[in-house]
Design a protein around this ligand. Structure first.
Ligand SMILES: NC(=O)c1ccc[n+]([C@@H]2O[C@H](COP(=O)([O-])OP(=O)(O)OC[C@H]3O[C@@H](n4cnc5c(N)ncnc54)[C@H](O)[C@@H]3O)[C@@H](O)[C@H]2O)c1
Ligand SMILES: [Zn+2]
Length: 358
């Protein structure tokens, strides 16, 4: 087992990576302090393969455990769904010593984390991610969130889990498109922080190169380490953590302005990284050959085609995001591959010009 620590003083926790962890979880955690009840939160399509397995193994070692599901898709990240979950927890006699297990992708993780942060003024939870994106990104760092009609993740909390458990075997059933989405975030870590890692995972046909089990495991661990270090330095995103938003400002606008399901989160981010890489090139921050390398890699992902939204709408959405950050747009650019910087003075024209690479 590989274990990575997210160092946050009294809120520190480990990210444990091990094949088969879903089968050994109950035995390993049967003696957790101050936990009197367990509740697995997952999605209906994950129950047969994983939910039941985890539930049965918990019961087998005598732990009081139940399972509830939330629907698939962004609709689960709603206030009404949260209220429903609070009620289900109450009717299952879940008290302050209940521990929630988020068994699923980013949607399950965000919803479970938010419920944990508020139910009975805060209870413990563990992230048990089942998508590549959740394993390397959303399960780490404690960001939880639900959506409003006005936009995504507008309500939430930063509330750290007690642990993150990663079982790479669970990726065997993950559809290819979801793998690409997670892989894009993996490329992001290389681009913002680790040039050698970027080159290593860009090699070959993407993301099929991750069918190599040891490369997959190593890449998950390396990504988790990068995220853990950034979060440990800046838990509340007042500085360094912003670089994790590379590709997200424009990518988020694409995600918001296209219909549900047209772009997965990582696909939108990959397009956003293409635009941000291009701006970095135009501003002379990266060389022509580095730009070619970035573009070549992202194009290898065979991203789905989409209708580029109206430029004014894109700018409006970006400005709306900007309001959430005290009026400043902290746009992330690359000052060379592996080194992200923030730029507070990007013009609308810079952004519009970058759309031409699409
Ligand atoms: N909190 C954070 O820091 C953070 C970071 C990035 C993204 N997010 C959020 O994460 C969400 C996206 O997460 P996601 O990409 O994991 O998508 P997701 O949670 O919607 O999962 C994608 C689909 O894959 C299915 N699935 C999950 N695991 C599977 C498996 N092992 N085998 C087969 N199918 C499986 C799910 O049921 C779902 O239908 C978004 O809501 C985004 O806002 C949060
Ligand atoms: Zn992301």
């Amino acid at each position: 087992m590989q274990s990575i620590t997210v160092n946050l003083k009294q809120r520190s926790y480990s990210i444990d990576i091990e094949r088969g962890a879903i089968s050994t979880f109950a035995d390993r955690h049967s003696k957790m302090d101050q936990v009197s009840r367990w509740m697995i939160i997952t999605q209906p399509n994950l129950v047969d393969d994983y939910g039941t397995l985890l539930l049965m193994s918990m019961k087998k070692v005598g732990l009081p455990c139940d399972l509830i599901t939330v629907p698939c898709g962004e609709s689960a990240k709603s206030i009404s769904q949260i209220e429903k979950l609070y009620r289900q927890l109450l009717s299952n006699n879940c008290d302050r010593n209940t521990l929630l297990i988020a068994l699923g992708g980013g949607v399950v993780g965000d919803v479970t984390g938010f419920v944990a942060s508020t139910y009975m003024r805060g209870i413990k939870y563990i992230q048990f991610p089942t998508t590549l994106l959740a394993m390397i990104d959303s399960s780490i760092g404690g960001k939880t969130g639900v959506n409003l009609l006005e936009g995504k993740n507008l309500v939430g909390a930063i509330y750290q889990p007690k642990k993150v458990i990663i079982d790479p075997n669970l990726l065997d059933t993950l559809p290819k498109r979801e793998k690409v989405s997670g892989f894009a975030e993996m490329l992001k870590y290389g681009l913002i922080r680790d040039k050698e890692f970027f080159r290593k995972i860009s090699d070959g046909s993407l993301p099929n190169n991750l069918n190599d089990e040891s490369l997959l495991e190593e890449s998950i661990a390396r990504s988790c380490k990068i995220k853990a270090n950034i979060v440990a330095t800046d838990e509340y995103e007042s500085g360094l953590r912003r670089i994790l938003n590379f590709g997200h400002t424009i990518g988020h606008a694409f995600e918001t302005l296209t219909n549900d399901g047209v772009l997965r989160h990582g696909e939108a981010v990959a397009y956003g990284m293409l635009c941000s890489g291009y701006i970095s090139f135009k501003k002379g921050l990266i060389s022509k050959s580095e730009w070619n390398e970035i573009e070549g890699t992202l194009r290898k992902l065979s991203l789905p085609k989409f209708d580029i939204p109206d430029h004014d709408e894109i700018l409006k959405t970006i400005r709306h995001d900007k309001k959430n950050y005290e009026g400043k747009l902290h746009f992330v650019l690359l000052d060379g591959i592996g080194n992200a910087i923030t730029n507070d003075s990007l013009s609308d024209q810079d952004i519009v010009q970058s759309l031409e690479v699409l």
